[in-house]
Design a protein around this ligand. Structure first.
Ligand SMILES: Cc1cc2nc3c(=O)[nH]c(=O)nc-3n(C[C@H](O)[C@H](O)[C@H](O)COP(=O)(O)OP(=O)(O)OC[C@H]3O[C@@H](n4cnc5c(N)ncnc54)[C@H](O)[C@@H]3O)c2cc1C
Length: 285
């Protein structure tokens, strides 16, 4: 797996914050949708890509920059020739169990604090592993946790708008804290709901149960509730599984798929086949 330090940060671009909107209520974890305008027209970003954000003077181990990745959350567009990038960012912080101190994630806090008109330095674009299969009868199981919905929003829009005539099933599973429940899936901002009448598309969300917002998001339950269809999809050789989101998603999915297939061993074997056939792709952060 590539290390962050392996990515090229010599080519840098200036981008301006055009919009920044908090998507979650004030009493929940902060997730913002930010729109950047890149000042150089030659920054060609596509669906299935991420870009880097560089923060000078904040690098670890004496590095000049702190560098972090963010996934493109919408189809690429241009205004006045300048590329526009939409992305989601969660403000990260962590309380150290030993000393009780609060540590703030550098890039996420920097981005959440930017105001309209502020300039940020970006790198990339860099490829994500989510490639649209050439075979339009392929089935896709897309699983996003929290901001992990971002790449799949762009991906689903791309398939139905640009690739067209998709024949395989697309099933999107999305887990979030309660404040984010309807992100992209409600009537107001619901650009994914545009695809609900596509015969091949269905989306399912799982929430953390209120009032205990810190309870685990029941993404595994949402997946297990669709067991029959998932077993049917997994029995086909042209089914792909793409996963994006926070680290805890891995254990959650292993548990859910093991339950669905009847044992841990059966899931490990099927997952190994998916990985070997390049039909499993993930970004975990
Ligand atoms: C391909 C890819 C795509 C991604 N896409 C997105 C996306 O679309 N949206 C998104 O929000 N994120 C995305 N990420 C994650 C993102 O790149 C960052 O990792 C995330 O925003 C946290 O970065 P940071 O600089 O804020 O935190 P860092 O400063 O790197 O800190 C990381 C975490 O550790 C905690 N921490 C800091 N110091 C300490 C300490 N001393 N002890 C204990 N804990 C500490 C911080 O609070 C934070 O939670 C993606 C990652 C990858 C690899």
């Amino acid at each position: 797996m590539a290390h962050l330090a392996d990515f090229d940060i010599d080519v840098k671009y200036k981008a301006k914050v055009k919009k920044t909107e908090r998507l979650t209520p004030a009493d929940t974890e902060e997730v913002r949708e930010i729109l950047l305008e890149v000042k150089q027209p030659d920054f060609e970003v596509q669906v299935d890509q991420s870009f880097g954000v560089l923060i000078k003077g904040a690098g670890d181990f004496g590095n000049e920059f702190h560098h972090r990745f963010y996934s493109v959350a919408d189809l690429p567009s241009k205004e006045g020739g300048n590329p526009q990038i939409t992305f989601l960012v969660k403000r990260c912080s962590y309380v150290d169990e030993f000393n009780g101190e609060l540590y703030h994630g550098i890039a996420s806090n920097y981005l959440c604090d930017r105001k309209v008109g502020d300039e940020v330095t970006i790198t990339g674009p860099f490829d994500l592993p989510f490639v649209v299969p050439e075979d339009k009868t392929s089935n896709l199981i897309l699983i996003g946790l929290g901001t992990g919905i971002a790449p799949f929003r762009a991906f689903v829009k791309h398939i139905y708008k640009n690739v067209k005539d998709w024949k395989g099933k697309i099933r999107l599973f999305y887990g979030a804290r309660s404040g984010l429940e309807l992100l992209y899936l409600n009537d107001k901002d619901g650009d994914l709901t545009n695809y609900y009448d596509e015969a091949t598309f269905e989306a399912f969300h799982a929430l953390s149960p209120r009032p205990h917002m810190s309870d685990p998001i029941e993404l595994d339950t949402a997946i297990e509730n669709r067991a029959a269809e998932i077993i049917e999809m997994l029995s086909k050789s042209n089914t792909h599984i793409f996963v994006a989101g926070y680290e805890k998603i891995s254990g959650m999915l292993d548990k859910a798929f093991s339950n669905i297939l009847g044992s841990k061993e059966k899931w490990e074997t099927r997952k190994a086949e998916l990985v070997a056939g390049k039909k499993w792709a993930e970004i975990i952060y």
